[in-house]
Every structure is written in structure tokens, then in C-alpha cells.
Write a protein that binds this ligand. Structure first.
Ligand SMILES: [Zn+2]
Length: 297
């Protein structure tokens, strides 16, 4: 997951057009979020893909190579899964947010499938769940500003699913050496997000672990060259080789790379994630080179 900066005050014009407002009014009147069509207009999908770099907002996998992206409604538009509701109650969904820019993100079909995110939307206090849309404006139009997630109308809900646009996810998570995510400081937000989007499914954990393993293996190969009996690397050559590896970690931070989260965590926690796979006696040297490099790049 990567923090996304979106200007919620400037939606693509398709979402503020008179036709869209008319559709929304009809949706609000009939309470049928499924009727919405403007959220998947090409200009909206394109604008989201620019922000999300065509990666899933939850797992950071690149989508368009093998599948079509889902325009995901953070607050589900046509029903909330029973598991997140108070027993005995139902919710027809946040239908009034079906075409709302601040409610849209990009998700991959795996994170978003039924059984994972689907219609799930857990809250820290389920009895605070908003069930009705904001009132129409005095002129009878839908109040688009009141539909933004920052509006008092909805801001009393504390969602447990992390929205990458609402908060920096990095402080909430830990990354383990096997590629699994865990919650940091008992973050209930991270815990629920991992559960809802199934962020520790095997292929994802394996992909994250592979990044860590590749870096560790490359460092170990250079140590071998440095300590070789025949024609070993000099200290300066060894340092240079490590810097090439460290630059590759920095390159992995680029927004369009998959799993930038892993590179960020490696930089934050180099000791646990990388050094733990290197022989103890080399830790001090490598850590010093790493810190020198990070502080100057
Ligand atoms: Zn995903």
C-alpha cells in the first residue's frame, strides 16, 4: 500500500456534469447504487490510473498486464456485508456515494473480490454507521460537497479499512522477512485491512519476500567476492558493489514500481529484513555503508 495524494475538490468533470447530478438524484431517490454509471467513465478511470499508476490501492500489484482494474467504491455503493453490521440490521450501501470522487479508488480483482473487500466496510463503532444521504440542496440538487469523505455528514464514522488516500499506511504495518504483513503497535486498522483484502495471500507474500531475498542474496554474493582467496575485491570495490545494490532499493521507491511499500520497509528496518540474512560478523560494516548511502542519497 502506498500513500496517494488526491485533490478531492477537483473531480473529473464527468462526475460533476449535470447528467451525472441527474443520475445521482435518481439514485438517491430510489436508493439503488447499482444504477451508477459515471464512476467508470473513461476519464474517471484514466484519472484514477494516473494517481494509482495502474496499481491496486490495497496490494500495489500492477493490474493491467493481466486483468482489468476495478474502480472500487471504498464505501460500498450497493450493500454492506452482514459481517460488518450489527446483528439483525441491514444496510443497502452508501448509494449516494456511487459517483463520488473521494469514494473511488483502484483495486485489483483479487483484493476486491467477494469474500475479500467486495462489500465489506468495517467500522470501529458499527452503531455510528451512516444510513442516509445528506439532504438535497435548497434548489433540489444533490449536495456534492456534503458527499466528500471529509464532510461532517460522514466524518463521524471511523472505518477500519485503511484508505491509502486518507492516511499514510506505512506507520500502521510491519513487514516480516517471509513477506507477510502484520500490524504495528497493535494497529487495528492494519489488522482489519490485512484481513479484509487478504493481503497475506500466498502470491503476495511470496512477491514481497522475493524482493527481500534478492537484495540479501546479492549482498551475500559480494561478501563472497570480497573474502575470496583468489583475486578478492578491495574494500573500495566491495563498497562500490554494495552501493549499486542500495541504489536499486532506492529505485524501487518510484511510484510506478510494484510494492514500493517493501522498499520503504527495507530502508526503515534494514537490520531485521536484510541483515538477518547475512553472517553476523559483516553486519557492522554493511550497516555503516548502508546508513552512509541512505544519508547521502
Ligand atoms: Zn490488490
Amino acid at each position: 500500500m502506498r500513500h496517494i495524494t488526491k485533490d478531492i475538490t477537483s473531480p473529473p468533470t464527468a462526475l460533476t456534469s449535470n447528467n451525472c447530478k441527474r443520475q445521482l438524484k435518481n439514485i438517491v431517490t430510489t436508493r439503488k447504487g447499482k444504477k451508477a454509471t459515471y464512476y467508470h467513465k473513461k476519464t474517471v478511470v484514466d484519472a484514477l490510473n494516473i494517481l494509482y499508476k495502474n496499481k491496486c490501492g490495497y496490494c500495489e500489484s500492477r493490474i493491467n498486464v493481466v486483468a482489468s482494474e476495478n474502480v472500487e467504491h471504498y464505501r460500498p455503493k450497493a450493500g454492506v456485508d452482514q459481517i460488518d453490521l450489527i446483528a439483525g440490521t441491514t444496510h443497502v450501501g452508501y448509494y449516494w456515494l456511487a459517483n463520488e470522487w473521494s469514494n473511488l479508488l483502484i483495486a485489483c480483482p483479487k483484493c476486491n473480490q467477494q469474500g475479500n473487500k467486495g462489500n465489506r466496510f468495517p467500522l470501529s463503532a458499527p452503531n455510528s454507521r451512516v444510513v442516509n444521504p445528506p439532504a438535497f440542496l435548497a434548489n433540489g440538487d444533490v449536495d456534492l460537497i456534503a458527499n466528500r469523505y471529509t464532510s461532517p455528514h460522514i466524518a463521524g464514522e471511523v472505518p477500519l479499512l485503511i484508505n491509502p488516500e486518507h492516511k499514510d499506511p506505512i506507520p500502521e504495518f510491519l513487514l516480516k522477512r517471509n513477506g507477510d504483513l502484520a500490524q504495528k503497535n497493535n494497529s487495528v486498522f492494519a489488522e482489519k485491512t490485512i484481513e479484509v483484502c487478504d493481503l497475506n495471500r500466498q502470491p503476495l507474500s511470496t512477491a514481497r519476500q522475493k524482493i527481500i531475498d534478492d537484495i540479501t542474496n546479492r549482498i551475500n554474493r559480494q561478501i563472497k567476492e570480497w573474502k575470496a582467496d583468489v583475486d578478492p575485491l578491495t574494500d573500495a570495490q566491495f563498497k562500490r558493489q554494495l552501493e549499486i545494490i542500495f541504489s536499486d532499493i532506492i529505485l524501487r521507491l518510484k511510484d510506478d514500481r510494484q510494492y514500493t511499500f517493501v522498499a520503504k520497509m527495507i530502508i526503515k528496518d534494514f537490520e531485521t529484513l536484510v541483515l538477518s540474512g547475512v553472517e553476523n560478523k559483516f553486519h557492522t560494516t554493511i550497516e555503516k555503508y548502508f546508513n552512509d548511502f541512505i544519508n547521502t542519497n
